[in-house]
Design a protein around this ligand. Structure first.
Ligand code: IPM
Ligand code: MG
Length: 371
C-alpha cells in the first residue's frame, strides 16, 4: 500500500479549526482507504511568528519540500498588523509558493446546486457554474523587484512594486491552462491588460504563440482583465478556464468565489513543475478563504473549502481521483440535506458549526464508501 506524506500547516485564525475537520477525513481514509497518509504538523504565519519570530522556519520549509503535499489553513490577523513587512504572516505563504516554485494555482469555482440561492447573482446565472481560474503564482507584481518604499529628498515617500514576466514563465502557465481545458470544456480565456501594461503585451504574445504551436485544438480567447471582471458577474457561465497573472488572479478568484455562494466553499491547488525523473509535482492545497479573524475560535467557520482542498490533494498529488470524487459528492449530499454554516445560511436550512458540518460530511463519506 502506498503511503503519502502530508505536511499540515493550520496557521492562524480559522485555519486550525478547519484543519481539525480535514484531519478527521484523513483519519477515515487511513482506516478504510486503499492508501495511507503519514501526517506531520508545523506552525506557519502568525503562529510561527509567536513561536519562532519568523512566519516560516527553515525546518518547516524543509518538511514542505519533502512532503508529497502540503495542506495549508490560513495566515494573518490583526494581532500581527504591526509586525515588520518582511516578517508579516503572509510572508510565510509567499515564501512557500516561491521556494517550492508553485507557479500554477488552480482555483475552481463550482456552484453546488443546493447553493444557487446563496449566491449574490440570480440562480440562472450561477446554477451549474463550473469554472477554473488558473493564476500564475510565482511571478508578476507579487515578487518583482524593486519592491520598496524610499524617502525622497523633499521628505515625501515613493513606493514601487514591479510587475515582471518572462517568456518562459508565461509559456509554462499557458501550457497548464491548455492541458486543464482539454479535460474540461476545452476553452481558455487569457486575461491581461495589454492596452496598458507591457507585461500584458508579452503575456498576450506568448499565450498566442504557445497556442499556435502546441494547442490549436483548444478554443482560445483573449480578454482584458477588467472586462473579464465585468463578464464574471454578467455571464459567468461563458467561461471554462481563465488564465491570468498573479495579481489579476488574486482578484478574479475572489470575485469568482462569491458566485458560488461563499468564499468559504473554495479550495485551491498550487502546483510546481513535474520532476523530470519521478513526474511528481510539489504541491500545496489551501482554502481560498483566508484566516477570517472576526469569526476565529468560535466554531462558526465553514470547513468545506479545507476539506475540498484535501480532495484536490488526493486528485493531483496522490492519484486518488475516485476518493476525491467521493469527498466532493459527500459535500454535495451534505448541502442537499440542508446543513449550512453561517456563511451560506438560507431560510429553512439547518444552521451548523464547523465541527457539525465536518461530522456530517464525514458521515456522508462513510456512507458512500460503504455503498
Ligand atoms: C490568496 C491570498 C494571498 C494572496 C495573501 C494571503 C498573501 O489573498 O491566496 O489569494 O494575496 O495571494
Ligand atoms: Mg486573495
Amino acid at each position: 500500500m502506498t503511503t503519502h506524506s502530508l505536511l499540515l500547516l493550520p496557521g492562524d485564525g480559522i485555519g486550525p479549526e478547519v484543519m481539525t475537520e480535514v484531519e478527521r477525513v484523513v483519519a477515515f481514509f487511513n482506516k478504510k482507504g486503499k492508501a495511507k497518509f503519514k501526517t506531520e504538523t508545523d506552525v506557519v504565519g502568525g503562529a510561527a511568528i509567536d513561536k519562532h519570530g519568523v512566519p516560516l522556519t527553515a525546518g518547516a520549509l524543509a518538511k514542505a519540500q519533502a512532503a508529497d503535499a502540503v495542506i495549508f489553513g490560513a495566515v494573518g490577523g490583526p494581532k500581527w498588523d504591526k509586525v515588520a513587512y518582511d516578517k508579516r504572516p503572509e510572508g510565510g505563504l509567499l515564501a512557500l509558493r516561491k521556494e517550492l516554485d508553485l507557479f500554477a494555482n488552480l482555483r475552481p469555482a463550482i456552484c453546488y446546486p443546493a447553493l444557487a440561492e446563496a449566491s449574490s447573482l440570480k440562480r440562472e446565472h450561477v446554477e451549474g457554474l463550473d469554472i477554473l481560474i488558473l493564476r500564475e503564482l510565482t511571478g508578476g507584481t507579487y515578487f518583482g523587484e524593486p519592491k520598496e518604499i524610499v524617502t525622497l529628498e523633499d521628505g515625501q515617500k515613493r513606493a514601487v512594486d514591479t510587475t515582471v514576466y518572462t517568456t518562459r514563465e508565461i509559456e509554462r502557465i499557458a501550457r497548464v491552462a491548455f492541458d486543464l481545458a482539454r479535460k474540461r470544456r476545452n476553452k481558455v480565456h487569457s486575461a491581461e491588460k495589454r492596452n496598458v501594461m507591457k507585461t500584458g503585451v508579452l503575456w498576450n504574445e506568448v499565450v498566442t504563440a504557445t497556442h499556435a504551436r502546441e494547442a490549436k485544438d483548444v478554443e482560445l480567447h483573449h480578454i482584458l482583465a477588467d472586462a473579464c471582471a465585468m463578464q464574471l458577474v454578467r455571464n459567468p457561465k461563458q467561461f471554462d478556464v481563465i488564465v491570468c497573472d498573479n495579481l489579476f488572479g488574486d482578484m478574479l478568484s475572489d470575485e469568482a468565489a462569491m458566485l458560488t455562494g461563499s468564499i468559504g466553499m473554495l479550495p485551491s491547488a498550487s502546483l510546481g513543475a513535474p520532476d523530470p525523473k519521478t513526474g511528481k509535482r510539489k504541491a500545496l492545497y489551501e482554502p481560498v478563504h483566508g484566516s477570517a479573524p472576526d469569526i476565529a475560535g468560535k466554531g462558526l467557520a465553514n470547513p468545506i473549502a479545507a476539506i475540498a482542498s484535501y480532495a484536490m490533494a488526493l486528485r493531483y498529488s496522490c492519484g486518488l481521483a475516485k476518493e476525491a470524487d467521493l469527498i466532493d459528492k459527500a459535500i454535495a449530499n451534505t448541502l442537499a440535506r440542508g446543513l449550512r454554516t453561517a456563511d451560506i445560511l438560507q431560510p429553512n436550512m439547518r444552521k451548523v458549526g464547523t465541527a457539525e458540518m465536518g461530522q456530517a460530511i464525514l458521515e456522508e463519506i462513510e456512507k458512500l464508501a460503504a455503498a
